[in-house]
Write a protein that binds this ligand. Structure first.
Ligand code: FMN
Length: 338
């Protein structure tokens, strides 16, 4: 077993956390990750109360009376909470309290006290170094440094940081200013090489989205997962195209990585035109979603798709990654990055 400050403080058997994934990472996936010894986050996402309630209750049923119930939390998109925080309020009031709340994409400070008062720990995902002091001020126990390879939303393509540089730079900042705060790296990690590399870059663990999306428990349609398992890392890109098509009003500093399918390529480089007159493209998108046609519907996966070649159970993926990292690091033993 790999020991890091993350495994020690969060009672984990591997230094891995499931990313919260809006609509794709529900209670089954979070519970499976927790049961395997990682930390599982239900993807509260856009804060729809019905979805969060249903998926949190699935996780609660799966983890009832199990020690793994200590390893589950819920994530939210912070700027959506600014419009409606009812799902956060609901989950903080449940018999199975989330052990951590994960916030990304906005200022976490207005929600920090509410989360702490309920007894949950705060995890903040950041895309830029300048967001780190704000997250520390909010009382985050974990900062997740998200690089541009990540699937789903992240920093807009022109300014996105690379995981390879952003993680050690954030590690240096935390060592100098907030040495007790833990650091996870995210974006492009899908195997034991990635976990071992991120630990060497100064992280206490990793956050996995795409790799765990492509598992039996992930809620994405099977055809989307199978497509991801056949696509190389060249096959995704970041842009606002799918946000415009999905009528999602994201702040300009963020955009969205997904597969470059036929509808995406039609609009690539023509985002201003799409924004000016989106109706026919939205109709094509809606029709593709209704038909389960992934030449038009988005397949939300990151560059790590090039490292995904099968769709196993989440527990198997996690064990493989932990075992491979341990072997590459020369076996179990001392605390890494004490
Ligand atoms: C399908 C999908 C949905 C996501 N939804 C969210 C979300 O709702 N909230 C969030 O903070 N991050 C979300 N993310 C980003 C993850 O938090 C994480 O940063 C990312 O998955 C890490 O990169 P990876 O996909 O290469 O593992 C999503 C990622 C994916 C792949």
């Amino acid at each position: 077993m790999i020991h890091t400050r993350l495994t020690e403080r969060f009672g984990l058997e591997m230094p891995i956390m499931l990313a919260p994934m809006a609509l794709a990472g529900g209670g089954e996936l979070a519970a499976a990750c927790a049961a395997a010894g990682a930390f599982g986050l239900v993807g509260g996402g856009y804060g729809e109360l019905d979805w969060t309630r249903r998926e949190w209750e699935v996780a609660a049923r799966r983890l009832a009376n199990k020690a793994a119930a200590q390893r589950v939390g819920c994530g939210f998109i912070t700027w959506k909470l600014d419009q409606d925080a009812s799902a956060l309020d609901w989950v903080l009031d449940q018999p199975l309290l989330p052990k951590a709340v994960f916030l990304s994409f906005g200022d976490p400070r207005p929600y920090a006290e509410r989360i702490r008062a309920a007894g949950a720990r705060l995890i903040c995902q950041v895309q830029f170094l300048e967001q780190v002091p704000q997250a520390v001020e909010a009382g985050a126990e974990i900062i997740v440094a998200q690089g541009g390879a990540a699937g789903g939303h992240g920093a807009a393509a022109a300014t996105a940081r690379s995981t390879m540089v952003f993680v050690p730079e954030t590690a240096d900042w935390l060592a100098a200013h907030a040495p007790d705060v833990l650091l996870l790296g995210a974006g492009g990690i899908a195997d034991g090489r990635g976990l071992a590399a991120l630990l060497m870059l100064g992280a206490d663990g990793v956050l996995l989205g795409s790799r765990l999306w492509a598992t039996c428990e992930g809620l994405a349609p099977p055809a989307a997962k199978e497509l991801a398992a056949r696509t190389t890392g060249d096959g995704t890109a970041r842009s606002p195209i799918f946000d415009v098509l999905r009528r999602k009003d994201w702040p300009a500093e963020y955009d969205f990585r997904a597969m470059r399918n036929a509808l995406y390529r039609e609009w690539e480089g023509r985002e201003a035109e799409l924004r000016a007159d989106p109706d026919s493209a939205r109709a094509a998108f809606d029709a593709a979603v209704a038909a389960g046609d992934f030449t038009g519907a988005n397949v939300t996966v990151g560059e790590a798709t090039g490292l995904i070649r099968d769709i196993p159970a989440a527990g198997e993926v996690l064990r493989r990654i932990a075992d491979e990292a341990e072997a590459r690091l020369g076996g179990a033993g001392a605390l890494i990055n004490p």
